[in-house]
Design a protein around this ligand. Structure first.
Ligand SMILES: C[S@@+](CC[C@H](N)C(=O)[O-])C[C@H]1O[C@@H](n2cnc3c(N)ncnc32)[C@H](O)[C@@H]1O
Length: 225
């Protein structure tokens, strides 16, 4: 296959995710059902928050009341998890490469005046106001990004916006049998344990914990040094 430039790759991500959002946003966001009701879809986001955040408040909040915290989400999709984050934390800022997803997320968050959603360029967080964040989260997003360089750029960008000591908890693809192609925006680049620690150190994080190496849901706890 012919090489494609990063610019072409980013354009493809935006187009493909816009298309998926128009076709069946809820399904492409969470493939557990092709026919989510609105209620069940957002319940599934609450479940993600229960499983990944409420069980881990020590690492995430570090003694701060959640209602006083400003948090960042990378790849918010239709606002499924963002809405549950907004119900828990004081302020939420979220980005997504797809304008269609951003439109849906804004709709989902219309009753949350302290939730802000931005369409970004697919590789950095320059659209996010220059504020300090207390926690950052990303789930089932990097598993769709076919470039390790872009994923690492996000890790570096999150580091720029977090306050020292704060956590970036995120999921990557850990199954190395997955074959990625530069123009395939569904199957993302995989990481092994060594690659995740090297990435953490290069970006100024301490890779304190990890869970699910070798699996699709490979979770990482990176603390800003
Ligand atoms: C499977 S959905 C998950 C959405 C959300 N995290 C959730 O769990 O409900 C993946 C999302 O990642 C977004 N995405 C894909 N590549 C991206 C990139 N390079 N930068 C930002 N967002 C991206 C897509 O537009 C899509 O909304």
């Amino acid at each position: 296959m012919a090489e494609i430039s990063t610019e072409q790759q980013l354009e493809k991500m935006r187009e493909d995710w816009d298309q998926r959002a128009r076709e069946n946003a809820r399904f492409y966001v969470n493939t557990a059902s092709e026919n989510w009701t609105e209620e069940e879809f957002f319940k599934s986001g609450e479940l993600t928050v229960s499983e990944e955040i409420l069980t881990d408040l020590g690492n995430i909040c570090q003694g701060k009341p959640p209602g006083t915290m400003r948090v960042l989400e990378v790849g918010c999709g239709a606002g499924r998890v963002t809405r549950a984050l907004a119900a828990l934390f004081g302020e939420v800022h979220a980005v997504d490469v797809s304008g269609e997803m951003v439109r849906l997320a804004r709709e989902a968050l219309r009753d949350y005046p302290k939730a802000f959603v931005y369409q970004n360029n697919g590789r950095d967080l320059s659209v996010v106001p220059d504020l300090l964040f207390d926690f950052a989260f990303s789930s089932i997003v990097f598993q769709h990004i076919p470039s390790r360089e872009i994923i690492e750029n996000y890790v570096r960008e999150v580091h720029r916006l977090l306050r020292p000591g704060a956590l970036f908890k995120f999921q990557v693809q850990g199954d190395s049998t997955i074959e990625t192609k530069p123009d395939d925006t569904w199957l993302g680049a995989s990481f092994d344990e060594r690659q995740t620690s090297d990435m953490a150190f290069r970006c100024g994080f301490e890779p304190r914990y990890r869970h699910g190496a070798g699996e699709q849901y490979f979770w990482l706890w990176f603390f800003k040094r």
